[in-house]
Write a protein that binds this ligand. Structure first.
Ligand code: IPM
Ligand code: MN
Length: 381
């Protein structure tokens, strides 16, 4: 009996469509060998669809997506749409609606890839970053306040009033001065679940240490709490070592000593930042995948790069991040062996080094990389 999965596809903007085509090509090829049947359901959501219809992603679509086993996502962002609209209205909406509370981002240097870090080899860079994905500064609570008169007392008074009035949408409208604020929220449950995921992942992968990232020395309320919860959760896993890194310090040490890190668990905002840094040390954004996981629900897989409008439709972008995200999709739905085959094929293509896109110093086409990965999957089987 074939095992079947229904996969919703949102190609999105810019280079999204072309990198997703390569991902689908590879997943189809491995499925054939693994006796898996994939049913693809394509969705048009992205800038074009928004400009035509005014829909970002509506409740009806979200309900329909709920019936799929996974979502395969390209990328979004378009110069015609004001920044933030598509990001919040589509990508973050999906992460929040499906409560994909883990954003798992492997930072792994594959053989044949150059890292900008002098002297570091593949065995030195192999980190699983577990980014919290539904809280922190991403909750979208904030606003602007205008008020008459100056002075600190006055500011504080107005902010407090505004905070208490968030629910009622009351603005204090005058013309004298202005401020904007954004609130980060971390909850006990939100921390515990993502931290447990990190420890379980360490166990599964035979890793010995989990590093927790925060800024508890300054943002004492939110990240002090994060640290406190981490200490409690760590007690459930006495066999695994733990440490804390301030976010500024981990940015420094990831560059100097990436080999120190195995599993890193981080609040949302800091995770966003350190995984771009991570992408660079693993050879570039063209190689960095991400999995938005809800272990009990619908998960979503995407490259972490943006839509690169300048390269759209040119068939030159690196599809490896998207193909790798496809491997994570397979692993998450339970097809471990298929996932391993895809990753081995990616590694073989990079090691060989003949087929590579411009970002890796080559001049191969996007589609040629997909073909090469398919070739390796078949050759290695
Ligand atoms: C990412 C992106 C998103 C984020 C944006 C596009 C909302 O930068 O996936 O890392 O900040 O999470
Ligand atoms: Mn990011």
């Amino acid at each position: 009996m074939k095992r079947g999965y229904k996969i919703a596809v949102i190609r999105g903007d810019g280079i999204g469509p072309e990198v997703i085509s390569e991902g689908k090509k590879v997943l189809e090829a491995v499925s054939e060998l693994e006796n898996i049947a994939l049913e693809w359901v394509e969705y048009p959501h992205g800038a074009e669809h928004y400009l035509e219809s005014g829909e970002l992603i509506g409740e009806d679509t979200l309900k329909e997506l709920k019936k799929s086993d996974a979502i395969y996502f390209g990328c979004i962002g378009d110069p015609r749409v004001e920044t933030g609209i598509l990001e919040q209205g589509i990508l973050l909406t999906l992460r929040f609606y499906f409560d994909q509370y883990v954003n798992l981002r492997p930072v792994k240097l594959l053989e044949g890839v150059r890292t900008p870090l002098a002297g570091k080899r593949p065995e030195d860079i192999d980190i699983s970053v577990v980014r919290e994905n539904t809280e922190d500064f991403y909750v979208g609570i904030g606003g602007r306040v205008k008020w008459k008169g100056k002075g600190k007392k006055r500011d504080e008074l107005e902010i407090v009033r505004k905070l208490y009035n968030i629910k009622f949408g009351v603005d204090i409208e005058t013309d004298a001065d202005e401020l904007a604020y954004q609130i980060g929220v971390v909850t006990r449950e939100g921390c515990e679940r993502v931290m447990r995921f990190a420890f379980e992942l360490a166990n599964e992968k035979g890793k010995k240490k989990v590093t927790s990232v925060d800024k508890a020395n300054v943002l004492t309320h939110g990240y002090g709490f994060w640290r406190e919860v981490f200490n409690e959760v760590a007690k459930e896993y006495p066999a695994i070592d733990t440490e804390f890194n301030f976010v500024d310090a981990i940015c420094m040490w990831l560059v100097k000593n990436p080999e120190w890190y195995q599993v890193v668990v981080t609040p949302n905002m800091f995770g966003d930042i350190i995984t771009d840094l991570g992408a660079m040390i693993q050879g570039g954004l063209g190689l960095a995948p991400g999995a938005n996981i809800n272990p009990d629900g619908v998960s979503m897989f995407e490259p972490i790069h943006g839509s690169a409008p300048k390269y759209a439709g040119k068939n030159v972008s690196n599809p490896i991040a998207t193909i790798w995200a496809g491997a994570m999709l397979l692993e998450t739905v339970g097809e471990k062996s298929a996932a391993e085959r895809v990753l081995s094929a990616i590694e073989a293509v990079l090691r060989e080094g003949k087929v590579r896109t411009y970002d890796l110093g080559g001049n191969s086409k996007t589609s040629e990389v997909g073909d090469a990965v398919v070739g390796e999957i078949r050759r290695l089987s």
